[in-house]
Ligand binder design. Structure first.
Ligand code: ZN
Length: 246
């Protein structure tokens, strides 16, 4: 059994389609979507509709999903993000907004914990270093925890006997991680707005029987999405950053 793990799609349906094509070739039985389906990108409604159709879907709420659906206030968002939130609300169907509004912020599924930011603070916290990761091991009970939000793929492996802090790794495209009894926090990176200076769309495949994890990167038509953003009236930075990967 394999799970396709996607996060931070951010209204980029062109990248999402490229990811789904690549994942189909690998093969998967279910999908974990770690939130931020919308925000920044030009096709939020299409993204939500496409994700809702995916087989065996488990989906949690990201900070952008929470903001556009009125679940949280946008006061703490930066200027670009705030403008994007207003734009998304105007360009989405009521039913898809309702779907976002009703998403849980954390799910436990197939022995894994699934959330957007962190198990300690599902909507907002970034896990970017082993100290923050270590703190979060106290907030979930499963062997595996899947997180997004930082838009950067990362692996944390932790066994108490190995030391105080978890070991961390930046996975490269196609690298296979095998796990045994350690507890693991996994971030698949971002489909629609990677921020690790690699502009290719990022996704993860988790094999539940083999206990393996692989992050894959795929190219997509970035220029097409940049053109859509320019024509849509969204902030120009939303377009520029896609080809730079920040
Ligand atoms: Zn995000």
């Amino acid at each position: 059994m394999r799970a396709l793990v996607i996060s931070d799609i951010h209204g980029n349906v062109v990248a999402l389609r490229a990811v789904l094509r690549a994942a189909k070739e690998i093969g998967y039985d279910m999908v974990y979507c770690l939130g931020d389906l919308v925000g920044y990108g030009p096709e939020p409604d299409e993204c939500v509709s496409r994700i809702r159709e995916l087989p065996g879907l488990t989906c949690v709420m990201g900070n952008h999903d929470a903001a556009v659906s009125g679940y949280i206030s946008i006061d703490s968002f930066n200027q670009d993000a705030q403008e994007s939130v207003h734009w998304v609300v105007e360009h989405m169907g009521a039913e898809n907004l309702q779907f976002l509004n009703h998403l849980p912020d954390l799910m436990v599924k197939d022995g894994g914990t699934i959330t957007h930011g962190s198990p300690r603070n599902p909507i907002w916290e970034y896990i970017l270093d082993s100290y923050t990761a270590r703190m979060n091991y106290e907030f979930f009970e499963t062997q595996f925890c899947f997180i997004g939000h930082s838009h950067q793929p990362i692996v944390f492996r932790y066994r108490q006997m190995d030391g105080i802090l978890p070991n961390w790794y930046i996975p490269i495209n196609g690298e296979i991680f095998e796990f045994t009894d350690e507890r693991v926090i996994l971030n698949p990176g971002s489909v629609g707005q990677p921020r690790d200076r690699d502009p290719r769309a990022s996704f993860g495949i988790f094999d539940l029987s083999q206990l393996t994890w692989t992050v894959h990167r795929v190219t997509y038509n970035i220029e097409k999405v940049q053109k859509q953003i320019e024509e849509s009236g969204l902030p120009e930075r939303n377009a520029i950053r896609l080809s730079e990967g920040w």
